[in-house]
Design a protein around this ligand. Structure first.
Ligand code: FM0
Length: 334
């Protein structure tokens, strides 16, 4: 018998970053992190466990992926199969919904959607906490995309104690937005997985990162509890800078910044001087994301549109948590 399930998950951007693993196999992080889920980028994934298959196959945006591209998915499926005693291979049909084709496909939304689809396929009815643990095994940041709004990934110290939880913010989170600035870059990519490993293994700044991140998380949670935008923005910006600082102390040193990343960061500072409160963050790539209050998002967009072209700017609002969907193949038979 075939088992089919489908789910949608939205991407999240960390305000306090996950940067470094304590256990690479289980994906246990060195530090706890905190993110905001956004509505502009999401993944829909349908998974079919099928006794007729002789290997896992992975379609991304209708294209069959090669062995290398299927590896991460297949590894996750194997973890899932072992955990829930399933013997069938699966076909995974994933679609990334991003406003432009600018390489913003995210492992967070992808692996969270896959975890949700697998759970739905077997009607497991897992709790958000269990889903978060499961998604974490695919990609660390995915454990936070189970939740909408703010999520805190509590690092824990075992497979069972490392998962994300909702951070209550009344409805304040709905007053927040993020502007994505897609910058041009010609540098060779260092994946977040490789970048964080090199940093943990070799950066003389890594210990400083860990000490700071624990304090930053507390400051961020307090700012959320008090609905204090500037306090949240300040700690998020400084946390991102510290994370990126660690890469310069690694061996060999590296950076995710490109000249246009610096240009965008400087523009954020001048925006603040002009009276628009806004703060930047960056992940393992050159794009800059700017946290802003929804009421100021048009002004911010306008300001940046004088320096970057329209295709480079994407506005997002706070997004929802994991959604279980009705599989299309079942709908055909309705
Ligand atoms: O999102 O090796 O989840 O907290 O985006 O798959 O566990 O892709 F800036 C980096 C994301 C890390 C910060 O890492 O790594 C954050 C980052 P995996 P992910």
């Amino acid at each position: 018998m075939k088992h089919i399930g489908k789910a949608r998950a939205y991407t999240n951007i960390a305000l306090i970053k996950y940067w470094g693993k304590k256990d690479e196999q289980l994906i246990l992080p060195m530090n706890s992190s905190l993110s905001l889920t956004l509505d502009a980028f999401y993944t829909e994934t349908e998974v079919t466990f099928d006794p007729a298959l002789s290997q896992d196959c992975f379609y991304l945006n209708d294209r069959l992926q090669n062995k290398e591209q299927t590896k991460k998915i297949s590894k996750f499926l194997t973890i899932f199969r072992n955990k829930y005693s399933i013997s069938h291979y699966a076909s995974v049909d994933s679609r990334n919904f991003v406003p432009t084709a600018a390489g913003l496909a995210s492992s967070a939304s992808g692996l969270a959607a896959l975890a949700g689809a697998c759970s739905a396929a077997l009607s497991l009815e897992l709790s958000p906490q269990e889903l978060s643990k499961l998604a974490r095994r695919g990609s660390g940041s995915a454990c936070r995309s189970i939740f909408g709004g703010f999520a805190e990934w509590r690092k824990g110290d075992s497979d069972d104690t490392s998962f994300a939880v909702q951070v209550p913010a009344s409805s304040w989170e709905n007053e927040l937005s993020m502007l994505f600035i897609l910058v041009n870059d010609t540098q060779k990519d260092v994946s977040s997985r490789d970048g964080m490993k090199r940093t943990v293994d070799t950066s003389i700044f890594y210990q400083g990162w860990l000490t700071g991140a624990a304090d930053d998380l507390e400051l961020a949670k307090q700012a959320i509890a008090e609905n204090n935008f500037s306090a949240l923005g300040e700690v998020a910006e400084s946390n991102a800078l510290r994370m990126h600082g660690t890469t310069l102390g690694a061996v060999p040193p590296f950076t995710y910044w490109s000249p246009d990343s610096l240009k965008a960061m400087n523009l954020v500072r001048s925006c603040r001087m002009r009276g628009i409160p806004c703060y930047f963050t960056m992940d393992a790539g050159p794009n800059v994301k700017v946290l802003v209050q929804k009421k100021d998002q048009e002004k911010l967009y306008h300001f940046f549109s004088e320096h970057f072209n329209e295709k480079q700017l994407i506005l997002a609002n706070t997004g929802p948590g994991l959604e279980i969907l009705k599989p299309e193949r079942l709908m055909d038979n309705d």
